[in-house]
Design a protein around this ligand. Structure first.
Ligand code: GLN
Ligand code: ZN
Length: 761
């Protein structure tokens, strides 16, 4: 019975690793304490997989921070600024690379494909001296072996490692990173030799870049690298794993013809075309690791349907050559449903977290081997039926309204310039109007009050009183600072998606459904299980209360549909865009209620719009089209005099600028301060942008207080490229994580800078 798991969450069912890491970083525990927690987690995971009957159990999928950083350490590719002098890389070098310290900044972090996981980007140049500097893969293999478990050690493959790297500072951007392959392969050979000597029978190379748009030169690198490794690998079974999408036909040809490779893993959940590729020709001598259990979501597998897929594959590749697997590492799903004691029982029966997915993989493998556990299959079928027919999932009215949207366009009736004119008549703002992105500092006390209210420890009345006072402080502060368009500060919100999810129907929340985002940081995405609707207004109470405290315009503050979608676990029983349209309709109701309540400026945050971009160019247009359409749906019904803002948390929007313009917002505020030139270059190149725009004038991720001169200088640079009458002045993002001692002087300097420039106009 052949079953396999690509990788497993490291954090532990109750985020044990997070707490151990943070306590170590704070100096509250020592390295042995941390290592002990890590070893316990590893051994319990291996045992859990062994108990679940998994045959090919991965090792080296644990990490203290990130698997790419582990590979950088394995190769000794430490940037010089960390002062490493050779020898085995320890925490004293590893963590500064991950997080920086008082004297050196961290390495760059970026999104891992289209997941919400972030990896540490290797920085490479022609002079890097690679050496075998972290024996982690081998020691984890041995550690499992000493527990009686023979594992499949997992390495990030050499080609993906290079393709996911960037040229180090000072090295030409065009430096051919792939040319370093000759230098890293000797280290890979050493690792392989040690693994063999330790008794490994299998080795897994993760080469997920194979699902991207690669050119022939890049594909050639795979053929070259694996033929170079061929003699070292002889005697080992070699698995190449791909995931997150299907493998383009050319890449499929390349990997299937690698001689030293004995097994190939494909994502059969997201990789919709993989099945056809396999059918069109799979090498007879190789194993197929069929990723049928979804590693990116939390739904119980459709076991019957997976089984029939597997049976069809078995006919193609042969009984002894098929291995049941997960679509990708289970790192991207929640850990264990067992801990969800408060979740509704019916909804719970529809779900499978990592621990339950192990059981699914094994149940499928057993069934394939002729030992089908009828009880497991029929319980699964019953849960699927209950999910399909549950009235909690289907809301006819919502389905109908969302279906009616398709194919039609939704836009405000007038042009942005006509609207801006109408809005200006109503709002009478100065040139270079100042504003903030929404949240103000969240103190420990504020978080405590919210927690206690949720736990019914304080009364509704006391809670409302407390939040009202908090809002009034924030309003007063902004008036004192002389900011033009105010915000209420979002003190009632814990998280910009959760806050809305909790008030919309069709959403469920877990107690421990954490997923690693980066390092020790985890997020707990809501689960969208049913048709989404808005039973009653969500923000009108607080927004109108805040507006009543000031004569200045108060921004209503909403999270946009695309961001809610992209930061949740979404339904797998209807296309993403359909769910997005439903959320858009709910937000539309809220926008219109805010307008009715006298809110003239409404910000609809789309922080995560860019994140949802598919991995392949050919699919981008389709996504951007429905995502932008969803945004427009939310506000197509407001009057010209209502000003719609949106906010985005990234600056590299050059490639999607036309979609951003197509959102047709009146004002967009956007992160910018860490990359001025990049953002402005789009406009310098002549892109016509008639709406208001507020590129952030200072970085809110740092405690540093920017001076008036510095901000004024930034604004003048922007004015050189953008029209005076469309430029707004605002920070990069929300101020939630900052302290008042930082926010007050920073905003005061920001307003002073805006005034300085107004005087010069
Ligand atoms: N309005 C939100 C805030 O200010 C926006 C946060 C974000 O863009 N991530 O916190
Ligand atoms: Zn932001």
């Amino acid at each position: 019975m052949a079953s396999h798991v690509v990788g497993y969450p490291r954090m532990g069912p109750k985020r044990e690793l997070k707490f151990a890491l943070e306590s170590f970083w704070d100096g509250k525990s020592n390295s042995e304490d941390l290592e002990k927690v890590a070893a316990d987690l590893r051994s319990s995971i291996w045992k859990q997989m062994a108990d679940a009957g998994i045959k090919y159990i991965p090792s080296n999928t644990f990490s203290y921070y990130d698997q790419l950083l582990d590979t950088t350490a394995m190769l000794g590719a430490v940037p010089p600024r960390y002062g490493w002098n050779g020898g085995e890389i320890g925490f004293d070098v590893y963590f500064p690379m991950a997080r920086g310290n008082a004297s050196v900044p961290a390495m760059e972090m970026t999104k891992w494909f289209d997941t919400n996981y972030h990896y540490i980007v290797p920085e490479l140049g022609p002079d890097v001296k690679f050496s075998y500097a972290s024996h982690k893969a081998v020691s984890e293999y041995k550690e499992a072996k000493s527990l009686g478990i023979d594992t499949v050690p997992v390495l990030v493959g050499p080609v993906s490692f290079l393709l996911l790297s960037k040229a180090a500072k000072g090295v030409e951007k065009s430096f051919p990173l792939l040319s370093l392959i000759e230098k890293i392969l000797p280290v890979y050979k050493e690792v392989i030799a040690e693994l063999k000597a330790a008794g490994a029978n299998w080795i897994q190379f993760d080469e997920p870049t194979l699902v991207k748009d690669l050119d022939s030169h890049q594909l050639q690198a795979f053929s070259h690298a694996y033929s170079e490794l061929e003699s070292s690998l002889s005697g080992l079974n070699v698995l190449i794993e791909t995931y997150f999408a299907d493998v383009p036909a050319e890449a499929f040809k390349t990997v299937t013809s690698l001689k030293c490779v004995t097994a190939l893993g494909f994502d059969l959940v997201r990789g919709s075309k993989n099945l056809d590729l396999i059918k069109s020709g799979f090498p007879s001598e190789k194993y197929l690791f069929a990723g049928v259990v979804d590693g990116r979501n939390i739904w119980a597998n459709d076991l019957a349907s997976s089984l029939s897929t597997l049976q069809a594959l078995e006919n193609l590749v042969g009984k002894d050559k098929l291995v049941v697997s997960t679509s990708c590492s289970l790192l991207h799903t929640a850990v264990d449903l067992v801990n969800e004691t408060k979740l509704d029982e019916e909804i719970k029966s529809w779900l499978a977290f990592a621990a339950q997915k192990l059981v699914e993989v094994n149940a499928l493998a057993k069934a394939l081997a002729g030992q089908k556990d009828e009880a497991v299959f029929s319980a699964n079928a019953a849960a699927r039926t209950s999910r399909k027919s549950s009235p909690r999932v289907t809301n006819g009215a919502v389905q109908k309204a969302a279906a009616a949207l398709k194919g039609s366009d939704h836009r405000r009736a007038t042009t942005v310039s006509a609207r801006l004119e109408a809005q200006q008549k109503k709002l009478s703002l100065p040139v270079l109007p100042t504003t903030t992105i929404g949240s103000f500092p969240q103190t420990l006390e504020l978080r405590k009050v919210r927690r206690e209210y949720k736990a019914n420890k304080i009364s509704e009345e006391d809670y409302v009183k407390y939040i009202t006072e908090e809002i009034s402080k924030v309003v007063k502060l902004q008036e004192d600072l002389d900011i033009d368009v105010l915000v209420h500060g979002e003190p009632e919100r814990n998280d910009m998606v959760e806050y809305f999810g909790e008030q919309l129907s069709g959403f469920a929340f877990t107690a421990n459904g954490w997923v690693q985002s980066y390092g020790s940081r985890c997020v707990k995405p809501p689960i969208i299980y049913g048709d989404v609707s808005r039973p009653k207004p969500m923000t009108v109470f607080w927004s109108s209360r805040a507006q009543s405290m000031s004569k200045r315009p108060m921004k209503g503050m909403l999270t946009g549909p695309v961001t809610i979608l992209n930061w949740s676990f979404v339904r797998d029983d209807q296309p993403r865009f359909e769910t997005c349209y439903q959320i858009a309709l709910a937000i539309k109701d809220e926008v219109e209620d805010l307008e009715k309540a006298g809110i003239n400026v409404i910000q609809i945050d789309e922080a995560a719009l860019r994140e949802g971009l598919p991995l392949r160019k050919s699919e981008e247009a389709f996504y951007l089209n429905w995502a932008v359409h969803s945004f427009r749906i939310t506000n197509c019904g407001v009057q010209d005099t209502t000003q719609i803002h949106t906010h985005m948390c990234y600056s590299n929007f050059n490639d999607i600028i036309h979609s951003i313009i197509d959102m047709d917002a009146d004002v967009i505020t956007i992160e910018n301060s860490r990359s001025d030139e990049k953002l402005l270059s789009v406009f310098r190149e002549g892109v016509k942008y008639g709406a208001g725009i507020g590129p952030g004038v200072y970085d809110i991720h740092s405690p540093r207080i920017p001076s008036t001169e510095e901000i004024a200088d930034r604004i003048s640079k922007m004015l050189a490229v953008l029209d005076t009458n469309i430029l707004w002045v605002n920070p990069d993002c929300g101020l939630k994580t900052r302290k008042y001692t930082e926010v007050k002087p920073a905003l005061s300097n920001m307003v002073a800078a805006a005034k300085l420039l107004r005087d010069q106009l």
